[in-house]
Structure formats: structure tokens, C-alpha cells
Design a protein around this ligand. Structure first.
Ligand code: SF4
Length: 252
């Protein structure tokens, strides 16, 4: 079964998929930015309690306080050994974003007023050989629509291509599970309290299936070509990634 996260890894670099499928792990340094992202993701799950209130800053500040006490329990494995000073710094960083978040929420329309039907539900499809967990399923007009929370940069317009494919994969899984047709999805840019809607397009459904097939071949042992724009400088597999590309890989 291919995971949606394998597809997002493939989009960063197909070779990362190769090494991960061979049991190597990409170790994540617990940087202040990484800690802030975890806090922001948890905070974004509470925006529905504040989006239409006058005292948004104090509501979110209270939620951030609660989350800072719970984050080590929620991300038990990831944050094992993190010290209080690092956590406190990350909380201050997120706290400094609350102004932007609150003004974004004020103009986010009624998205946060919709019913959040599920958080991180496991969706899988035997038919597609695909599984994954969107951050949320939002109930709109009796349909369950996937929404993903992003804690990194927000594009000037629309959503990033990788996010679009991730959302499409979740929409396909939700359609299978709930026997529905899903024509849109949402990306929540947590750092700005901003939500963008994306139309689920036919060519992106096709692309998800193509990438799924490529990931499957990689998991079966195929070493893909090193992409020209691969993020090698920040990649934990750099030291083991000197295998020469094969002629077959160049056509993959
Ligand atoms: S070192 Fe570069 S090519 Fe190799 S897996 Fe990492 S990003 Fe990909």
C-alpha cells in the first residue's frame, strides 16, 4: 500500500522514496522552526473556536498555553528529550504570529464555521493501493471534504503544486470511502490564519495515479534518477546517494 506521504516525498525527490523504502529514516533535527511548526499545526486545529470572536488574541493565546503543556504528549516520539527552554522559545515565536493569524481569520469567511467531522482520519483504498490521513475532513452540504494544514510559506496566489497533489490524493481516498464526488479541497496556511480552496482537477487525479505507480516501482527496488533540482544540501541521505544513475532511470 502506497501512502500519500510517499507521494509528497517523491515530489521532493524520488530518491528519498528509494532510501526510505529500504528502511533508512530521514532524521529530523528538532530545530526551533520545526517546534514552531508543530505548535502552529495544533493551534490551527483551534481556529474554529476563535474566528468569529472579538477576543481572538486572548482565545488563541489561551489555546497556545494549553498546547504548550500538551505538545510533548501529542508528539511523544518526535519531541522526546526536548528541553523547556527550546519549547518556551518556540511558543514565543508562535505567539508573535498571533496578530497576523487573527487578521487572517477575520477575513477567512465561514470556513472555520463549518463542522469539522474528523481529525487525521485514516483513509485507505484497496482499489487504488493508497492510504493516508488528511489533517481534517470538513462537512459541507453533507459531503466530507479534505483539508490540509500547512505551517510553511504561503504562495502569493493559489496553493503550491505539491499541496495540490496531496489534496487530490486525499480527495480520491475520501471519495472511495464515502462513495461521493469531491470537487474541491482546502489548504489552511496556519501562520496566516488563511484558507485557500482548490478545485480537484482531472489532470491532477491522473498525476496522483502516475506517481503512485512510480513509487511502487521504486519500492520494488528501482533506483530513480537524481533530479536536477533535488534539495541535496539539506538532505539526510546525501552521504549514501552517490549511486550512478542507470540508463533505465533516465527514462523513468
Ligand atoms: S541526496 Fe539529493 S538526490 Fe539523494 S535523496 Fe537526497 S535530495 Fe535526493
Amino acid at each position: 500500500m502506497i501512502r500519500v506521504s510517499d507521494i509528497t516525498t517523491y515530489l521532493k525527490c524520488p530518491r528519498m522514496c528509494y532510501f526510505m523504502s529500504r528502511g533508512h529514516e530521514l532524521t529530523k533535527d528538532i530545530t526551533p522552526e520545526y517546534l514552531q511548526r508543530l505548535l502552529l499545526k495544533e493551534l490551527a486545529l483551534t481556529y474554529g473556536s476563535a474566528f468569529n470572536k472579538d477576543d481572538k488574541p486572548s482565545i488563541l493565546s489561551g489555546e497556545l498555553d494549553r498546547i504548550s503543556g500538551e505538545i510533548r504528549t501529542i508528539y511523544r516520539a518526535e519531541l522526546a528529550g526536548i528541553d523547556d527552554a527550546a519549547l518556551s522559545n518556540a511558543v514565543s515565536g508562535v505567539s508573535s504570529c498571533l496578530g497576523d493569524i487573527c487578521s487572517g481569520l477575520s477575513s477567512s469567511g465561514d470556513f472555520y464555521g463549518q463542522e469539522c467531522a474528523d481529525i487525521e482520519p485514516l483513509l485507505h483504498s484497496e482499489k487504488f493501493g493508497l492510504s493516508g490521513s488528511p489533517d481534517k475532513l470538513v462537512k459541507i452540504d453533507s459531503k466530507l471534504i479534505p483539508s490540509i494544514i500547512k505551517t510553511g510559506a504561503m504562495p502569493e496566489n493559489g496553493i503550491w503544486q505539491g499541496d495540490r497533489l496531496q489534496l487530490t490524493a486525499y480527495a480520491m481516498l475520501a471519495e472511495e470511502k464515502y462513495n461521493s464526488v469531491i470537487e474541491r479541497g482546502f489548504v489552511e496556511y496556519a501562520r496566516w490564519g488563511t484558507v485557500r480552496e482548490a478545485v480537484i482537477k482531472r489532470n491532477e487525479r491522473r498525476k496522483v495515479l502516475q506517481i503512485r505507480d512510480r513509487v511502487k516501482k521504486i519500492q520494488e527496488g528501482f533506483m530513480p534518477e537524481r533530479p536536477g533540482d533535488a534539495p541535496c544540501e539539506r538532505c539526510g541521505f546525501n552521504g549514501m546517494c552517490e549511486v550512478k544513475s542507470t540508463l533505465a532511470a533516465r527514462f523513468f
